[in-house]
Design a protein around this ligand. Sequence first.
Ligand code: MRU
Length: 338
Amino acid sequence: MDQPDVLAWRDGHIEALDQTALPHQVRTLRISTVDQLVRAITSLAIRGAPVLGAAGALGVALAVRQGHAEGWDRPRLDAEIKRIADARPTAVNLSREVAAVSARIGPDAVSIDAVSIDAGAVEAAALAVLDATAAVSHEISERGAAYLTATCGGGPLRIHTHCNTGSLACLGWGTALGVIRALHEGGALRHVIVDETRPLLQGARLTCWELGQLGIEHQLVCDGAAPFLISRGLADAVVVGADRIAANCDVANKIGTYGLALAARQAGIPFVVAAPESTIDQATPSGAAIPLEQRAEEEITVPTAPVGTRALNVAFDVTPAELVSAVVTEARVIPGGR
Ligand code: MRU
């Protein structure tokens, strides 16, 4: 079956696969306003650090178009662009790509008429981010597969992963899931163990969907089972993505990642982070300074807990660099602290 694009720019609009509907419905959102984009990002219809970066880039082009059509002044345009950048705080790719494309607007453009802002140049810059996002994922995938084969032996390997890091999150092949795909293509993969990734189930809904389409053998496990299964020798390596990597190599990723890293250390298997260079944030010295998104309590409590139950729904955790074997990017393998 032909899949629609995960993210695209068509006739001055953003089109995005609605990831809240997967795997049961494959439907595309047509996004024409900043409001619609911010809603798509906060609801996780558009999600995953690299795709958030690309969506932010397109969002700047969308805001310029909407501003022209509605006669916004420059402060309004800047405020709308800031809403996009701030829609989710942890994945640095979002604010980074919004800032990169916004730079094409130019600081001197005080009004937002077609003369003072070159909408074509802004659009071209946004599309370049979209293309680059897909391209780097292939390089990460190949480098990560080569690293794992060299570290763990020729395989076939059993890989434990968390959340969703495939083309839905990254375009192209993905980061951690791209590494898994490259191992599979090279005949070096036995199977994948996928955490369901509570509370929004990106592993169960999205990773199992992508692996099924690729014909890659996999088993779904409860998040709570993961450290124990690793301790029983059911995985040769843990491979995950990242939302922000601090300058000291502390890694923020979907909540539940830290427990996998502890289990991998205890079991003596590699804990590998696959991510683009754009996820490394040199301006953030360590994990303590990474903003961790806290989401609505209802995502955990409804419909299972008694009405009125309070919840702490922190969406990401931080794995200290000392538990990371390596960070694999499109450019290099950065040794972690292990
Ligand atoms: O809340 P999400 O679904 O956007 O979280 C996604 C993750 O945590 C991914 O692991 C991360 O963005 C890396 S994707 C390459």
